[in-house]
Design a protein around this ligand. Structure first.
Ligand code: FBP
Length: 553
């Protein structure tokens, strides 16, 4: 197979490490900070994590390495959706582990957490790992969404670790996987299993961040990839002058991805789910916002535009959530079969009308028929509507079309509206990691090994000061319990890492909100172009605008 020259060049790229990790393993010492407390519900979290709660924040420094010399056998898993840079976390971990002692061993458990349960693994060596340096994807060992959360699973994992003499596990995942990493660390500590657990913050969605974790890896590359495509679409729209593009971008729940893409490309409209929820906006109000932009631009002869729709937005529309809840109830148990047996859509429509409250029926009635039918077709294994499969970009464009027809009828709009639809998701999750993600991920992995070497467990690998050059990044670790609070999940109170939604009083949203009225009526598009891997640092190493604004840059 002929390998592309970029791929070859990326194999040779040497990721940058924080200054304090640069001088070689022998020269890394640890500095302990103060004891920590969880962000909320301290007593409850402490009671649930008696062995791992309250540990100290730590940072690494240049200085004599005083860690205990002991053979390390480490296991690593990738968990959840792909995010660019995952391979580099593994590479950084491997390099630090081998630089410490050639006899150390790294196991990669395949297919996500289930690989640990099924004892399905590969043992890394140079030849194998070198094929994955600075590349996108999770194909090095694969990933999966099995959750490691029951005592039975933990007992199996403990057996697998014992069998291979594993001294530590590194779990590369999002908020749920790292929550489970903390629970596993506590289990091992309580049972004197002799296995440490370290987490690494991953997800393109950008919703694993807090006062300690400045960003999750993959967000940088994914948003730059989407922004390149959105910029190209904007260029095409400006050239052809005849289409409105509705672009849905990934982000299961939070709108960080949509917001970052908007900051990078300055589209005419970008919905932010958290604002929709905060203002309790209805579908009709959201439609009006988009239609206002279409009409204002049409009045200037600009019958084209771009609207960014976050993947999870419909779940944040209060009336829509109620509707979904009622549909789930309506089709519970055998009623789904009764519904499916009805001979025509008209008959099904009557069934729906009789089953929904008048308020929900009003919402249902304004949806385009294709979306109405989608709500009854796509069910998850529990029989619930799969909201993430709803084509919200098509939903809003259809509703805007109707809205504009009404405006045309009353003489307030006289433009042309042709809509095109795009969904940007999977194409961003496995892109070649940007220099930022290559460096950040390699550092997270390298640092994770230093945490293992110094005996820590239940910690998240932490690299901070990320809007500065890598030389000034700070490496260390934070107890995962510090990031936890109690939340109601599936009818139970559970200790979880708090998911970070877009903050409406945060700098990125405020920057956007101050400018969006102008972007809505005028053509202020910005064309970011493709991610650059080689060239001037201000082009190649730039972080996201979100991170820069959050850090006051
Ligand atoms: P993670 O939270 O596991 O990182 O995954 C995020 C994500 O990429 C979302 O943006 C998207 O909604 C979802 O995964 C898609 O999941 P799947 O890969 O199972 O289709």
């Amino acid at each position: 197979m002929k390998i592309s020259s970029l791929q070859n060049a990326r194999y040779a790229y040497q990721p940058k490490l924080p200054g304090m990790l640069c001088n070689g393993i022998a020269d890394i010492c640890v500095k302990e900070g103060s004891e920590t407390q969880s962000v909320a519900d301290q007593e409850k979290i402490q009671a649930l994590f008696p062995n791992t709660y309250g540990k100290k924040e730590i940072t690494f420094q240049k200085g004599e390495n005083t860690s205990e010399a002991k053979k390390q056998v480490v296991g690593v898993i990738l968990s959840g959706g792909q995010a660019p840079g995952g391979h580099n976390v593994v590479c950084g971990l491997y390099d630090a582990l081998k630089a410490t002692d050639k006899e150390n061993v790294l196991y990669g458990f395949k297919g996500g957490p289930s690989g640990l349960i099924e004892d399905d693994y590969v043992i890394f060596d140079d030849e194998f790992i070198n094929q994955f340096r600075n590349t996108g994807g999770f194909d090095i060992i694969g990933s999966g969404r099995t959750k490691l959360e029951t005592q039975e699973q933990f007992a199996i994992v403990a057996e697998v670790c014992k069998k291979h003499g594993i001294t530590a596990l590194v779990i590369i995942g999002g908020d749920d996987s790292n929550t489970n990493a903390a629970v596993l660390a506590e289990y091992f500590a309580a049972n004197n299993a002799g296995v440490q657990v370290i987490g690494c913050p991953k997800t393109i969605d950008g919703d694993l961040k807090n006062e300690d974790i400045e960003c999750s890896f993959g967000f940088d590359t994914a948003t730059k990839t989407y922004s390149e495509i959105i910029g190209n679409i904007e260029r095409d729209a400006t050239s052809a002058k005849k289409y409105w593009h509705f672009v849905k971008v990934m982000g299961r729940s939070a709108s960080h991805v949509a917001l970052e893409c908007a900051l990078q490309t300055q589209p005419n409209v970008c919905l932010i789910s958290e604002e929709v929820a905060e203002k309790k906006m209805s579908l009709a109000q959201i439609t009006d916002i988009i239609a206002d932009s279409v009409a204002a631009r049409a009045a200037k002869g600009l019958n084209f535009g771009v609207a960014i729709i976050p993947e999870g937005v419909v779940e944040f529309v209060p009336e829509f959530s109620v509707l979904i809840h009622e549909i789930n109830e309506l089709l519970a148990g055998s009623r789904a079969d009764e519904f499916n047996a009805l001979p025509s859509w008209d008959a099904k429509y009557d069934f729906i009308k009789n089953g929904l409250t008048a308020e929900s029926m009003e919402v249902f009635a304004i949806l385009p028929q294709a979306i109405q039918q989608q709500l009854f077709l796509e069910r998850d294994p529990h029989g619930n509507v799969q909201v993430s499969l709803i084509e919200s970009e098509k939903l809003f464009s259809a509703m805007v079309k109707e809205n504009l027809a009404a405006r045309k009828a009353n003489g307030t709009y006289n433009g042309k509206f042709n809509a095109l639809h795009h969904f940007l998701g999977y194409e961003g999750r496995c892109a070649f990691p940007s220099n930022f993600d290559s460096d950040y991920c390699y550092s997270l992995g390298y640092n994770a090994f230093m945490l293992i070497q110094y005996g820590y467990t239940g910690y998240l690998s932490k690299i901070s000061n990320l809007s500065e050059p890598a030389e000034s990044w700070i490496a260390g670790g934070m107890p995962i319990t510090k990031m936890m609070n109690m939340e109601r999940r599936h009818g139970e109170d559970k200790p979880v890492i708090k998911k970070a939604l877009v903050e409406l009083d945060g700098a990125p949203f405020k920057y956007f909100a101050e400018r969006r009225a102008e972007w809505s009526e005028n053509t202020c598009f910005v064309y970011p172009g493709a991610i650059q891997y080689y060239g001037p640092s201000e082009v190649c190493d730039a972080t996201t605008i979100t991170l820069a604004l959050e850090q006051g840059k």
